[in-house]
Design a protein around this ligand. Structure first.
Ligand code: BES
Ligand code: MN
Ligand code: ZN
Length: 494
């Protein structure tokens, strides 16, 4: 189900729609729209605050029906929490709360006045964009492989207008592109690995190119990889019955002389660990191990929809990491496309192996910036938990730009050091480099491994192992880091 967004200039009491959305703070303080409704209805909201029915607490929602003096059939009152704690993150959260409440109601459209609530440091355009992206994230539902249990009601929630002037129209265009990119990434992430194979991802990339003029797509096959000497990528893939694919998408939004921005994403469609096999408990979550690839494809899609005035190249090495008689062994030594040899001491450290060849490959496009995204290490989840993406780069300016983009898009990262001090953890007596770095600093040593393949380029690595999906039976891909990457590109294009 997709949702249509628009802007509304109607006053809260006169919007003749199935529902309007207004905010109330925990202190019983009304936002301007709530105060207006309260005034027109001779105190309908304040009465409910006094009685305790409306608390204004963060996460709370109440629906008022047939409020006198109000044209809308319903008033959804959203709790905003303490006023002094209300910030950008809470704004996004309450927009999501409102969306969840709206989709549970039998209505097709609503007008939200949350975009009028003051958020420090944010203008209307930001609020409209953030509200639309947050709403779309709540409305998205994975249904590709089952019949939804709830009979879909008519009418269905399909349209939301935000109270804002026409000047915010560009923000809605951006929101629609970001939301489409996030959905694209989430759907690929959520699909099971028997369907979402390397070939399937390649097909989706080809479809993306066919649907969007100006996009070129090339799929490199196993034989091409062999010719290029991608021994690390091939080593990971050789245990699988699925053929690996190297997906290349290009967007020309600037002159040919403009060096492209390069996005590279880990596309392991299932990570069993290979011969260094993972424990069964939780292994199903390793279907999400292609979320870096899906994320860069989603960001690419959004950039194309926005026709960003820059050049972009997107590379996704897609493969499956399986055990079996053809699988690579711990102690195998592979030769990478860069010429460096790698001792595979743990076949479960496969992400860096497919990425190193993709990072070498992408250099032929002479990119001005390379950013990779990967569900690379459990160690990153231990270090940062599931809220922050791990950011590693030796380039302070690039790191700061990405951190700032994450703040703006509310898709945040936290930087970890990539000091050379860690590099010796990758030493081995049998190859130029080992694929694991021992017990300590696992996220960083993985970053160090990748750094060996990006020498001379401005490069940053995003470890999204903790942020790419939510855990559990009903856990779903989040679409991160699409919003951060699109923001980064928007900031560069403007
Ligand atoms: N895909 C995993 C990383 C991962 C683990 C992401 C758990 C999210 C949750 C990656 O391929 C992997 O297995 N990494 C190993 C590296 C180790 C063998 C050095 C890890 O983190 O345990
Ligand atoms: Mn692994
Ligand atoms: Zn993996």
């Amino acid at each position: 189900m997709t949702i249509q967004f628009s802007l509304s200039k109607q006053s809260p009491e006169s919007a003749a729609v199935p529902c309007i959305v207004v905010g109330v703070f925990e202190e019983g303080l009304l936002t301007a729209a709530a105060a207006r409704i309260d005034e027109k209805s001779a105190g309908a909201i304040k009465r409910l605050i006094v009685s305790g029915d409306v608390s204004g607490k963060l996460g709370s929602t109440n629906v008022l029906f047939a409020v006198t003096g109000v044209a809308a059939a319903r008033v959804l009152v959203v709790g905003l929490g303490e006023q002094k704690k209300f910030d950008a993150a809470r704004f996004k959260r309450t927009c999501g709360d409102a969306a969840r409440a709206l989709k549970s109601l039998p209505l097709d459209s609503a007008v939200s006045y949350l975009t009028e609530v003051e958020v420090s440091g944010a203008d209307t355009a930001w609020k409209v964009r953030a509200a639309a992206v947050a709403t779309d994230a709540q409305v998205y539902k994975y249904t590709a492989t089952f019949k939804p249990r709830e009979q879909s009601r008519t009418p269905e929630f399909v349209a939301l207008a935000f109270a804002a002037a026409d000047t915010a129209a560009a923000a809605l265009t951006e929101a629609a592109a970001i939301a489409a990119g996030v959905r694209f990434a989430r759907e690929l992430g959520n699909l099971p690995p028997n369907i979402c194979s390397p070939a399937y991802i390649a097909e989706q990339a080809q479809k993306l190119a066919a649907d969007h003029p100006g996009v070129a797509c090339e799929i490199l096959e196993e034989a091409d990889m062999r010719k290029l000497g991608m021994g690390a990528l091939l080593g990971v893939s050789q245990g699988s019955a699925f053929a690996p694919k190297l997906i290349v998408l290009q967007w020309r939004g600037a002159t040919e002389a403009d060096k492209p921005y390069a996005l590279v994403g880990k596309g392991i469609t299932f990570d069993t660990g290979g011969i260094s096999i993972k424990p069964s408990a939780g292994m199903e979550e390793m279907k999400f191990d292609m979320c870096g690839g899906a994320g860069v494809l989603g960001a690419f899609l959004a950039a194309v929809k926005l026709k960003l005035k820059l050049n972009l190249v997107c590379v996704v090495p897609a493969a499956e990491n399986m055990p079996g008689s053809k699988a690579q062994r711990p102690s195998d030594v592979v030769t990478t496309m860069s010429g460096q040899t790698v001792e595979v001491l743990n076949t479960d450290a496969e992400g860096r192996l497919i990425l190193c060849d993709a990072l070498t490959f992408v250099q032929k496009y002479n990119p001005q910036i390379i950013i990779d995204a990967a569900t690379l290490t459990g160690a990153c989840v231990v270090a940062l938990g599931k809220h922050a993406t791990g950011l590693m780069s030796k380039d302070d300016a690039l790191a700061n730009d990405l951190l700032a983009a994450g703040e703006t898009a509310l898709d945040r990262a936290w930087r970890l050091p990539l000091w050379d001090d860690y590099q010796s953890q990758l030493d081995t007596g049998y190859a130029d480099i080992a694929n694991i770095g021992g017990k300590y600093g696992g996220a960083i040593t993985a970053g160090c491994f990748l750094s060996r393949f990006t020498e001379g380029f401005r490069w940053a690595h995003l470890d999204i192992a903790g942020t790419a999906w939510e855990e559990g039976r009903k856990g779903s891909a989040t679409g991160r880091p699409v919003a951060m990457l699109v923001q980064y590109l928007l900031d560069r294009a403007n």
